[in-house]
Design a protein around this ligand. Structure first.
Ligand code: NAD
Ligand code: ZN
Length: 277
């Protein structure tokens, strides 16, 4: 373990990339629930599903309308949310560091892009809930969901919400006319480069001088590769989380690492200030 100032000062003097890896925790203070709390549960008929069951291709194949309803509700929650101080601090780092900065996010909420991080340096490794693509993968195209979908954002209304014919009609692939699907990576699917920037993320991690991990429970595979590659490359690692997690333990064991416990909106701006001082 090292001091935060020492880690930041070392990264400022190094040649490597400054890389941020974010999870649902960075958006929790914007009012978007993480997957760990009860807010994530969803009822279909008499069954209650966990996100890890809903966010699967298997569920989409079995009950596509119900999966779409869940996503359209979550998309409305994301659109009603605004970036917070932690998102703004990462946008500030991108603007100041340019090509020396990369952002790898597990979030599908699009808040990093809305805060000002450019798509070219922002790897949305689990997709973006505002986009759809062909449900049969007839092409790699993705296109935005329309602005004016009539979807309730309040959970109590959403529970009884049914897809209208008008909404179902826009959830079609323009190439083959089949059903579209949300542009997200489901739990029973694999990462790739064209849709999810898999190789780009690994490359950034291997070239990192500093990795800033924010609000992730360390429960998906690519973030583990990113943290391991950065550690092997000798990067400093800072983990920010309100609770204990595997990446915090890695950071604490490194000579050039630290686990900071507390909200993202407090720690990320302080780190940006120190890196840009
Ligand atoms: P997660 O829900 O598994 O874990 C969230 C982590 O954030 C936890 O470790 C928690 O302790 C921490 N946290 C909560 N509030 C925080 C705060 N204010 N400051 C700092 N840390 C805080 O999320 P995950 O690790 O991103 O992975 C689960 C999957 O959920 C991912 O695939 C992601 O795509 C998806 N997801 C995305 C969103 C979103 O886009 N906002 C929301 C929910 C889930
Ligand atoms: Zn198609």
């Amino acid at each position: 373990m090292s001091s935060l100032d020492a880690i930041c000062d070392r990264a400022r003097g190094a040649d490597g990339l400054i890389v941020a890896l974010t999870g649902a925790g960075i958006s929790a203070e914007s009012g978007i629930p993480t997957f760990r709390g009860e807010e994530g549960y969803w009822t279909v008929g008499s069954e209650v599903y966990r996100p890890q069951q809903m966010a699967t291709n298997a569920a989409y194949q079995r009950m596509p309308d119900d999966v779409w309803q869940w996503y359209l509700f979550r998309r409305a929650v994301c659109r009603n949310a605004a970036p917070n101080l932690a998102h703004a601090a990462l946008a500030r780092l991108d603007q100041a560091l340019g090509e020396r900065f990369r952002l790898i996010t597990q979030n599908v909420d699009g808040l990093h892009l809305r805060a000002g991080n450019p798509l070219a340096r922002t790897y949305q490794i689990h997709g973006n809930i505002d986009y759809q693509r062909c449900g049969a993968a007839c092409c790699e195209a993705m296109w935005p969901l329309p602005d004016d979908l009539d979807v309730p954002a309040a959970p109590e209304q959403a529970k009884s919400y049914q897809l209208t014919d008008a909404t179902a009609a826009v959830l079609r692939c323009p190439e083959c006319g089949g059903r579209s699907r949300p542009h997200v990576l489901w739990f029973d699917e694999c990462y790739d480069e064209p849709l999810f920037r898999f190789e780009s993320s690994l490359k950034a991690a291997a070239e990192a001088a500093l990795l800033i991990v924010v609000g992730t429970s360390a429960s998906t595979t690519l973030p583990h590769h990113v943290v391991n590659l950065a550690a092997e490359a000798g990067a400093g690692i800072i983990d920010i989380n309100i609770g204990d997690n595997a990446f915090g333990r890695v950071a604490d064991q490194l000579a050039n690492g630290i686990a900071l416990r507390g909200p993202a909106s407090e720690h990320v701006p302080a780190i940006a200030d120190r890196l840009l001082a």
